[in-house]
Write a protein of this length. Sequence first.
Length: 310
Amino acid sequence: MSKELTEGNFHSVQTREIDENYENTRIDNYLISLMKNVPKSRIYSIIRKGQVRINGSRCKPNKKLQIGDKVRVPPYRSAETIINKPNDSLINLIQKNIIFDDKSLLVLNKPAGLASHGGSGLKLGLIEAVRQIDPIYKNTHLVHRLDRETSGVMILAKKRSTLRQLNEEWREGRVEKKYTALIKGSWPEKLASINKKLIKNQLRSGEREVKVSNQGKDSLTLVKVLKKNENFTKLECEIKTGRTHQIRVHLSSEGYPVLGDLKYGDKSINKALRNKGFSRMFLHSKSIKLPTLNLFFEADENKDFNNLLK
């Protein structure tokens, strides 16, 4: 992975006309997208002071834009950034895992070990790499996220209008998401759902940790046994709520953590798996159904899933 240093740039005052890609987008979110690497506090300050105008009038941060609106953007300077370039190996890995690609959507089978986006010391994630593969992907956005060690179906939007449409569908709980997970032991066949509230905490290290708590948010996971042997169970997990680490915490709370889960799993089991050459977490985004677009995407698990069951 190589790095390219880009100096901060000065942008003079400009007037931009809104097209369909930003229809119904809040002005603050529009400016955050436009004014790369400018602190959010600075963006809200220029809105509050009236330096941003829509059709010549002052506006509030929650003002929604319409097609044809003319937005005055005041002069600003973007901060210096370091752009990390994906190497050929990462580019090839992403390209060979493309499931679907049209003018609106890019769907990938995300490999385990690749973060959805950069952050927390990680300079390059999936979305940053995708945007640099080809100019047609430069405005691509994540519709949702998968944990770094979770593999499987991942949806990216290539158009703002598609992103808004899918974000709304996600918020309303209409998207059907199914995962496969491997656990140690025999899952109780009668345990078909886990309905436990989850709360998210931030540790001193900056990492997120999720726990079962009555003070948390409602969280529902449906569970079905797919396959068993004398040591392990392969489960299908359907999440009805999109909480952080939901499947991992729910399964662990029942005494059946996901194999290879370093945060909520069993240390001795994980160590034994690593000694056998299994270094990943065994959680996979198997399928996603998008009712509004009438689309269904599916991706098979890595061969390690079946090898472990054998």
